[in-house]
Design a protein around this ligand. Structure first.
Ligand SMILES: Nc1ncnc2c1ncn2[C@@H]1O[C@H](COP(=O)(O)OP(=O)(O)OP(=O)(O)O)[C@@H](O)[C@H]1O
Ligand SMILES: [Mg+2]
Length: 129
């Protein structure tokens, strides 16, 4: 099974999240600048006695497509790298993916997600570990 992770994180957390994913062997990813809000609906700002609500705050979205046995590892890596413990740390969504096709080779599915230093390859080279 192939899954897609969409993580909405703080802008300041992007480098740490990227490094955490790379350190567990996840290389392919997309990063987007987005604006959004969660349960608090943004923040209240005040300027010279007037207060107004900034309802859409800048966030980063990190998308990763991976085999499902790597999902928990990736979620743990993202969570540890992105958590401050304060409101606004973000959310992670996980979706099923029908298929993946590497255009250059025509590889499909799990194979299309592998690369020389991939966690799946490391696992196959060290059976029993
Ligand atoms: N239900 C949602 N659907 C899609 N995106 C969301 C949703 N909730 C949050 N997001 C995205 O995640 C970002 C951060 O959300 P946030 O961390 O404030 O979530 P929260 O549920 O309010 O949690 P917390 O109480 O920790 O703040 C939002 O700016 C938005 O981009
Ligand atoms: Mg919130």
């Amino acid at each position: 099974m192939i899954k897609k992770i969409e993580a909405f994180i703080r802008e300041e957390a992007l480098d740490a999240v990227k490094e955490a994913l790379q350190s567990i062997g996840i290389v392919g990813m997309n990063v987007y600048e987005v604006r959004g809000h969660g349960r608090q609906g943004g923040i209240e700002l005040s300027w010279r006695g007037t207060s107004y609500n900034m309802d859409l705050l800048p966030k980063m979205q990190v998308n990763v497509v991976l085999s499902d046995h790597n999902v928990e590892k990736a979620v743990e890596a993202i969570t540890n790298a992105a958590r401050t413990g304060k409101e606004g740390d973000g959310l992670i969504f996980i979706y099923p993916v029908d298929n993946v096709i590497r255009i250059r080779t025509g590889e499909r599915g799990r194979e299309a997600l592998m690369y020389p230093d991939d966690i799946d390859i490391r696992r196959e080279e060290k059976p029993g570990k």
